[in-house]
Ligand binder design. Sequence first.
Ligand SMILES: O=C(O)CCC(=O)C(=O)O
Length: 348
Amino acid sequence: MSTTQDLYPSRNGQPARLMERLDPVIYSRPDAPMPVARSLIESYEKNGFVILEDVFTPAEVAVLQQESQRLRDSRELAGLEQTITEPDSSEIRSIFKVQSISELYRRLAGDQRLVNLARYILGDEVYLHQTRLNYKPGFRGREFYWHSDFETWHVEDGMPRMRALSISITLTENNEHNGALMLVPGSHRHYVVCPGETPENHYQQSLKKQELGVPPDDALRTLVEQGGIVPAYGRPGSVIVFDCNTMHGSNSNISPWPRSNLFFVYNAMSNQVVEPFCGLAPRPEFIAARQQIAPLTAIATDFSQWAPQAPQFQGSQQLQEKNPNEHPDSAHRRKDRRHQHEPVSPSA
Ligand SMILES: O=C(O)CCC(=O)C(=O)O
């Protein structure tokens, strides 16, 4: 059990309820240089998310999609613990810790368009708490029920404060048919204390179908009556940035069109995880990073120029043994660029 004070208790026998958020949403000072237009930052602060279209060019998206297909087709990958199948079929639902099996995605997680935004919002150097690729295959891709990521990261991973965010890069179109992400504006300001008690190894069930750490109907109704629901439709290459406590979920995909999105979770260096607040053993490293934590270096990359890489599965160990967050040629840049917030596109 963590010795850090539990400011956001949940699943501990208390009745379910809504409580106010105790942490800021935007951590940088208002006069700090902004990596995107002020209106976008204000929208993020008010709603708990912002959708940025066309952050990656069609040529870059094509390269990112090829990599997604390569991973999906890999027989080696199917046997790894970090590969999660759908609850009722052997189709791949999610691959976790993608930076350990893909040099391209490792580089992408350090892209300056993403890292500078995360740094600005969190007001700190950042590292990767979790990464995943959710395939949401056509016909049988199952839903992700409503949840706040922070509730699970706090209870099961020991993330102390709300000082983390997700950046989701859409690899396919997300539309009204294929199970686009849905978000509840303003929900990030309220923490849902959830009922129930966390069983051991809960992740083995929850990554396929989450039933604990989800809001009771009344709490969800209240949040949605206050804020509504916004679907994150968009072209591939868009970016959805959302606060760790924003209520979100997505429907099943019974359309023929897959909906594949990458998720990178950036946590503030000052908010590294402690012992899980549920008192159980921490979840495995592929779900929640605890070892070799190091700040990311923001690097400019044109992914359309990325040379195809040889399959990396036997190299996944090597990638994990190195500093998992840092590209080999980036160390010399860290000193110069740590506190800069270079502009990212789009700037509208
Ligand atoms: O991929 C989605 O639609 C939702 C993903 C999500 O909420 C999760 O993986 O926690």
